[in-house]
Design a protein around this ligand. Structure first.
Ligand code: NAD
Ligand code: DAU
Length: 367
C-alpha cells in the first residue's frame, strides 16, 4: 500500500511524512516543487529509507502527476502543497492563484482520471484529503463563537481567498463526480521545521540574534494554536475514519493574543537560553540584552489583518474520537527546545544553504 502526499518538504508536510514513516508500515511518495518553503533538510533523517520516495515536481503539472499516480497506484492522495504565507500573498498574490487554485485544479483532474480508472474495491476505498485552513472563515469578533464547519466562508487575504477557492473545487469534485474527498480546516500550527517567516519561529530566531521582535499593530490579534504533530494525527484520523464529502475542523482550543505569544517565547528563552550567558547584543542599540522582551518592537499592521480566529473542534472530537496530545504549554516548550537544539537547521535556512541540499542530494539538474 502507498499514499501520495504533496508539499511534504514544507513545515506541516515534513512533520506528517516523518510521523508517517515512524508510525506506519506503508510507503509514502512525496511530491514537492521545492519552493523557498520546501526544505529537504527537514527530511534528511529519512535518507536511504525505502518507505519514503521524494519526487521533485509541481501539483500543477498534470501529466507529471498522472505519471506518478500510474506508477505508484496510491490508495490516497493528501494535498499539503500550497503557498502558505499571508504576508507574501499581500506582496504578490500570483503564485497563490497559480498553486492554490490552478495547481489544486490540475491535481484534482489528474486524481479524478486515476480514480475513475480504478477497479473495486480500490475505487471505493480511495481518498483525496485536502489540507486547508481556518482562515477561509474570515475574522471573528471577540464575543463570537468559534468557527464550526458550517461557518460562512469569508476569506479576507489573497492567501485565504485562494485556499477558499481550492476548498470549493474539492467540494465540487465530490458533489459532481463523486470523488471521495475529505477536507480539513486547521488553526495555526507551530512546532519543529517551521520556516522563520511565521510568527513563532521568527520570534525565536530573531531573539537569539538580538534582532527586533516585530509585533504587528497593537498585538491583540488572536490566533488559535495547535502543535503540528497534533495536526498530523488529526489528518491521519480523518483519512482513516472520516466520511467522504465532509469537512473537519482541527484545533486545540488555544486562543492567544500575539503579544502574549511573543512574551511567552521571551520568558521561555530567558529560562532556557539566557541572553546574558549567550552574549546576545541588541542589534539596534549595540548593548547587551538582559531579557529578550526588551527586543519587542511594535510595527505597522498587516493590511486587512484578521482580528481573531478560533476553531470549534467538537466534530472531530465527537465523531472521530480525536484529541490533541499536547497542551499549549508543553508544545511551545518542546518547540523552543527544538529550535535551540537545531541551530544548524536554522542556519541553513537563514543563509540559504538549505537550497543547496537539493543539488547535493539529487544532482544539479534538480536544484
Ligand atoms: P509551507 O509553506 O511550509 O510548505 C508548503 C510546501 O508546498 C513546500 O514544501 C513547497 O515547496 C510546496 N509547494 C508549494 N507549491 C507547490 C506546487 N505547486 N507543487 C508542489 N509543491 C508545492 O506550508 P505549511 O505551513 O506546511 O502548510 C501546509 C498546508 O497546510 C497548506 O495547504 C496550508 O494552507 C495548510 N495550513 C497551514 C497552517 C499553518 O499554520 N502553517 C494551518 C492550517 C492549514
Ligand atoms: O490560521 C492558519 C494559518 O496560520 C495558515 O493557514 C497559514 O498558512 C499560516 O501562515 C498561519 O497564518 P497567520 O497569518 O496567522 O500566521 P503568521 O505566523 O504569519 O502570523 C501569526 C500572527 O502574528 C498574525 O496575527 C500576524 C502576526 N505577526 C506575524 C509576523 C510574521 C506579527 O505580529 N509579526 C510578525 O512578524
Amino acid at each position: 500500500m502507498t499514499i501520495l502526499v504533496t508539499g511534504g518538504a514544507g513545515f506541516i508536510g515534513a512533520n506528517f511524512v516523518l510521523n508517517w514513516v515512524s508510525q506506519m508500515d506503508e510507503m509514502i511518495v512525496n511530491l514537492d516543487k521545492l519552493t523557498y518553503a520546501g526544505n529537504l533538510q527537514s527530511l534528511s533523517s529519512l535518507k536511504g529509507d525505502p518507505k519514503h520516495v521524494f519526487v521533485h515536481g509541481d501539483i500543477g503539472d498534470r501529466p507529471a502527476v498522472q505519471k506518478l499516480l500510474a506508477e505508484y497506484r496510491p490508495r490516497a492522495v493528501l494535498n499539503f502543497a500550497a503557498e502558505s504565507h499571508v504576508d507574501r500573498s499581500i506582496h504578490g498574490p500570483q503564485g497563490f492563484v497559480d498553486t492554490n487554485i490552478v495547481g489544486t485544479f490540475q491535481l484534482l483532474e489528474a486524481v479524478r482520471g486515476y480514480w475513475q480508472g480504478l477497479e473495486e474495491p480500490g475505487r471505493m476505498e480511495f481518498r483525496f484529503l485536502h489540507v486547508s485552513t481556518d482562515e477561509v472563515y474570515g475574522s471573528l469578533k471577540t464575543d463570537e463563537p468559534a468557527f464550526t464547519e458550517g461557518h460562512q466562508y469569508q476569506p479576507n487575504s489573497p492567501y485565504s481567498a485562494t485556499k477558499a477557492a481550492s476548498d470549493h473545487l474539492v467540494r465540487a469534485y465530490h458533489h459532481t463526480y463523486g470523488l471521495p474527498v475529505l477536507t480539513t480546516n486547521c488553526s495555526n500550527n507551530y512546532g519543529p521545521f517551521h520556516f522563520p517567516e511565521k510568527l513563532i519561529p521568527l520570534i525565536i530566531v530573531n531573539a537569539l540574534a538580538g534582532k527586533a521582535l516585530p509585533v504587528y499593530g497593537d498585538g491583540q490579534q488572536i490566533r488559535d494554536w495547535l502543535f503540528v504533530e497534533d495536526h498530523c494525527s488529526g489528518i491521519r484520523r480523518v483519512l482513516e475514519a472520516g466520511t467522504c464529502g465532509e469537512t473537519y475542523n482541527i484545533g486545540g482550543w488555544n486562543e492567544k493574543a500575539n503579544i502574549d505569544i511573543v512574551r511567552t517565547l521571551c520568558g521561555l528563552l530567558d529560562e532556557l537560553a539566557p541572553a546574558i550567558t549567550r552574549n546576545v547584543i541588541n542589534q539596534a542599540t549595540g548593548k547587551p540584552v538582559e531579557h529578550y522582551a526588551e527586543l519587542i518592537t511594535y510595527v505597522a499592521d498587516r493590511p486587512g489583518h484578521d482580528r481573531r480566529y478560533a476553531i470549534d473542534a467538537r466534530k472531530i472530537e465527537r465523531e472521530l474520537g480525536w484529541k490533541p496530545a499536547e497542551t499549549f504549554e508543553s508544545g511551545i516548550r518542546k518547540t523552543v527546545n527544538w529550535y535551540l537544539a537545531n541551530q544548524e537547521w536554522v542556519k541553513g535556512v537563514m543563509d540559504g544553504s538549505y537550497r543547496d541540499w537539493v543539488a547535493l542530494q539529487y544532482g544539479a539538474s534538480n536544484a
